[in-house]
Design a protein. Structure first.
Length: 204
């Protein structure tokens, strides 16, 4: 198993997530297993620093998983994973790996580090780790903002602007519906004006 395109530290995190998946009694590398691996990295990494800044710990993750999955949750700390069992594990959720590498490219990086790995995880709204963060009242927007602050970078505003423009287009099509009342039309146009103001302020 190899993780091409990642830094040595990120590769180490991913390899150790295999053990964490085994501890979680799972048959493949999951998003929460990667988070455990990030948090347990003794040498520290940007992703771990981000999560620690937000008060995320392994114990809080376990507590949240118990709440979300109740009797289905189990965590047994195994010291070593047998080679035959290890060979059964697949790579992490493809979307996470792809998003991590894409995040690196967006930032003009040749390889993806732990920060890109964390971004790849929170980009997947369906993964368990994101549900855990939500249960801990930590939004993906806050994670992303905290990470960028630690890196000394400005958050990429393009996705937000694109979403606002797309919403405006939908609202414009809604105005063609005959069943809309004068009040409905007025409210839609009011929202369009607010979106225009929002796009201008964010683009500034």
């Amino acid at each position: 198993m190899c993780f091409d395109g990642f830094t040595d530290r990120a590769k180490e995190i991913l390899f150790k997530s295999i053990q964490e998946s085994y501890n979680l009694n799972q048959e493949y590398i999951t998003s929460e297993a990667i988070i455990f691996s990030i948090l347990k990295d003794e040498r520290g990494n940007v992703a771990k620093q981000t999560l620690n800044t937000l008060g995320v710990t392994t114990e809080k993750i376990k507590t949240s998983l118990r709440h979300l999955f109740k009797d289905k949750f189990s965590y047994v700390n195994m010291d070593k994973l047998s080679s035959d069992r290890k060979n059964k594990y697949s790579t992490p959720i493809p979307a996470i790996i792809k998003d991590s590498l894409d995040e690196a490219k967006k930032n003009n990086e040749n390889v993806a580090g732990t920060e890109h790995l964390l971004l790849g995880i929170i980009n997947d709204s369906t993964c368990t780790a994101v549900h855990v963060f939500s249960h801990l009242n930590i939004s993906v927007e806050l994670i992303r903002k905290t990470l960028y602050n630690l890196l000394g970078k400005k958050e990429d505003k393009a996705p937000v602007i694109i979403l606002a423009i797309h919403t405006k287009e939908i609202l414009a099509r809604m105005l063609d519906f005959d069943f809309l009342s004068g009040k409905d039309v007025k409210e839609i146009k009011n929202i369009q004006d607010k979106l225009d103001a929002f796009i201008q302020s964010v683009s500034a």
